[in-house]
Design a protein around this ligand. Structure first.
Ligand code: NCD
Length: 317
């Protein structure tokens, strides 16, 4: 089932957000403009009543800190309410309730459902059974569209442009849904990609094919030191332990790369280091004080972008 492209004045009203394939440069401009307004609201007064009377169900079948809490904070700061169902252990899912029945239940109470689930395509399945908008907050190794939105928003904020940048994606490019979504979203721009990973964690062939189709330049490499002086953005990811069936394979690659102040000496002064977080050793804590470390800005921006998306999807923009 192909997700619907998003067009119109408020192109997001009533829409499911399942994949970054739904976005184009025009509707991104609209959304990011709204996110800037959200930043101003939060910085000046902290809250607004734009979503007063609206209810968001937050249904997470996998662990989350940033995604779930930033969605809840976004809704709260806009005056809306939240039904939080985290890790589903205390819900009827443990009694064997199916995803379709669970979302049909929640849509009886809520206006929008934010869903994280371990299976690729689960958000699309949920959307099929649900009249209310579904926002994909991560479907297994598939996509994580709202993370890619906040990543792109942060890249644009840090560099004042996206066209012309060289972006190095480092780490688990096979199982990392954030790099899948971000690669697709950045492919709307004229960027050069460096895909840096151990052999067994390379970017999936269909994503490489999509990049090729767009006519964009890319290189696949195994060593971050080969790109550290060329990249404008270094997007580092965690090896996704939970996706490995053979833990010996995980152990073999888990400490493959660590970004340290030493490595950062060779990077451009304008390069930014990003990470969707959580980190488990890929970026040393000593890098945090470097102004080029952008991962805390990313986190903050996540709330503004999700405030914008909820306002738009719920038709109050
Ligand atoms: C990411 C995820 O869940 O895919 N986390 C997040 O949403 N910020 C990245 C990860 O878990 O490694």
């Amino acid at each position: 089932m192909a997700p619907k492209p998003i067009k119109g004045i408020n192109p997001f009203r009533g829409q499911d957000i399942l994949s970054v394939k739904q976005f184009d440069r025009e509707n991104l401009r609209y959304l990011f403009g709204l996110a800037e307004e959200m930043r101003i609201i939060v910085e000046r007064v902290g809250h607004s009543n734009l979503l007063q009377g609206k209810v968001m169900a937050s249904l997470f079948y996998e662990p989350s800190t940033r995604t779930s809490s930033s969605f809840i904070a976004a809704m709260s700061r806009l005056g809306g309410a939240v039904i939080p169902i985290n890790e589903v252990v205390y819900s009827s899912v443990t009694k064997g309730e199916s995803l379709p029945d669970t979302v049909r239940t929640l849509e009886s109470y809520a206006d929008v459902i934010v869903l994280r689930h371990p299976e690729v395509g689960s958000a699309a399945v949920a959307a099929h059974y649900c009249e209310k908008p579904i926002i994909n907050a991560g479907d297994g190794v598939g996509e994580h569209p709202t993370q890619a939105l906040l990543d792109l928003f942060t890249i644009e904020e840090d560099h004042n442009r996206v066209d012309g940048l060289s972006v190095a994606m480092v780490g688990d490019l096979k199982y990392g849904r954030t790099v899948h979504s971000l690669t697709r979203l950045l492919s709307l721009y004229n960027v050069k990609f460096y895909f840096v990973s151990p052999e067994i964690l390379r970017m999936p062939p269909e994503l490489i094919e999509e990049v090729k189709q767009k006519g964009l330049e890319y290189e696949e490499l195994e060593d971050v030191s080969q790109v550290i002086d060329k990249a404008d953005v270094l997007y580092v990811t965690r090896v996704q332990k939970e996706r490995f069936t053979d833990l010996a394979q995980y152990d073999a690659v888990k400490d493959y790369y660590v970004i340290t102040p030493e490595i950062m000496k060779r990077a451009k002064q304008t390069m930014t280091v990003m990470h969707p977080l959580p980190r488990v050793g890929e970026i040393s804590y000593a890098v945090d004080a470097d102004p080029r470390a952008s991962y805390f800005r990313q986190m903050k921006n996540g709330m503004y972008v999700r405030m914008a998306l909820l306002t738009a999807v719920l038709g109050r923009a």
